[in-house]
Design a protein around this ligand. Structure first.
Ligand code: KG4
Ligand code: ZN
Length: 343
């Protein structure tokens, strides 16, 4: 089964050709991030305009790089939501047109389901369920218990900001460009993460939810109290390292709680833009070792952030478990929640 995956939910324009949900033949990602570097975040209308220019060349390049033409594609999977409406519509409208022209069925995919499928891309060996999946990006932070690709339960999610947003907003306070996650992580490399202690969110609760807004407020006061010392590069690096550690520790504590509740899980998967964070990877690897289980993140950094390959993979797993979704009618929607069925 060969699927063309199309993703345009935020500021990326991506298309990929993937066989059987795992074998990536091509993955092309166009981005307008550079345009927003010093504007503090994405401007939705500008992003959608750029996507309109990029979408067809990106799809053509994905087919060319995969060395195939549209007759060799079995279906088109496209992100139907959530995301920026104008951006989503560029992807879904183009996909609808190509589907009619090429006579190929469409598979509407939830963006988060795409991230949940990203650990299968070019993955070695076959995974065994049940697993825990920590899905952390700029738009959501969720912890899932999964008994198959499409079945399981949501154990916890964020009550306010997403983990990626916590990185982005923290980075902005430290004067770093958008998207702040990678910039804050590289500043943190030179810092001492023990220099400043941030309070661990929700530490008095037994829930597996997340909350990042308190950390952001703490950072604001730490920076205010530092006054002019904040101009010192080594001080800023240490604050960045401590803040990054606090975010990772909060994520780790929820995963640890989940492992206690579901000891049958033999793997932790971590996906979404924040899964690119090396400090988080080290902490989750250690946690997995303590529990004698495996840990997995997407095989390439480009599969952590938004990309068409994960949408193609999700499309494949979706129709394998729910064949009725192939060619089903759908609505493009900026807000929609993902639910996995209980069996
Ligand atoms: O999954 P993604 O590409 O888009 C959404 O679905 O939101 O995630 C983007 C988020 C941004 O907030 C970005 O700052 C964060 O992922 N991110 C990182 C790193 N790379 C990307 N956060 C921390 N460390 C990184 N290395
Ligand atoms: Zn995403």
């Amino acid at each position: 089964m060969r699927i063309l995956g199309i993703e345009t939910s935020c500021d990326e324009t991506s298309a990929a050709v993937v066989d059987h949900g795992c074998n990536v033949l091509s993955c092309v990602i166009g981005s307008s991030k550079k345009d927003f570097e010093f504007r503090g975040g994405v401007i939705p209308e500008d992003a959608a305009r750029k996507q309109l220019e990029m979408i067809l060349p990106v799809i053509e390049k994905a087919l060319k790089n995969a060395n195939c033409d549209h007759t060799e594609i079995d279906a088109i999977a496209v992100t139907a939501g959530p995301g920026l409406l104008g951006s989503l519509l560029v992807g879904t409208t183009t996909s609808r047109a190509l589907s009619a022209l090429w006579k190929k069925p469409l598979i509407p995919v939830h963006h988060t389901l795409g991230h949940l499928s990203s650990t299968w891309l070019e993955a070695e060996g076959v995974d065994v369920f049940p697993i825990l999946t920590l899905s952390v990006s700029g738009g959501h932070s969720d912890l899932w218990y999964r008994t198959s690709h499409m079945t399981g339960a949501l154990l916890g999610s964020t009550r306010d900001d997403a983990a990626g947003e916590a990185f982005d907003k923290g980075a902005m306070m430290l004067g770093l460009p958008y998207p702040g996650g990678p910039a804050l992580a590289s500043l943190a490399d030179a810092g001492d993460e023990e220099s400043c202690t941030f309070p661990l969110p929700l530490s008095h609760e037994h829930s597996m939810d997340f909350s990042f807004s308190g950390l952001k407020t703490s950072l604001k006061y730490v920076l205010r109290d530092l006054g002019d010392r904040v101009k010192d590069d080594s001080v800023r690096a240490s604050i960045a390292a401590s803040y990054q550690f606090a975010i990772c520790l909060h994520l780790q504590s929820s995963v640890e709680r989940a492992l206690k509740k579901f000891p049958e899980c033999k793997h932790i998967h971590v996906v979404g833009g924040v899964s690119a964070n090396q400090r988080l990877r080290v902490m989750l690897k250690k946690l997995a070792e303590v529990h004698g289980i495996g840990v997995r993140w997407p095989s390439q950094l480009s599969y952590c952030t938004d990309n068409g390959a994960m949408i193609a993979a999700a499309g494949f797993f979706l129709i394998s478990e729910k064949p009725e979704t192939l060619g089903a009618d759908f609505k493009t929607s900026a807000t929609q929640s993902l639910s996995l069925s209980s069996n």
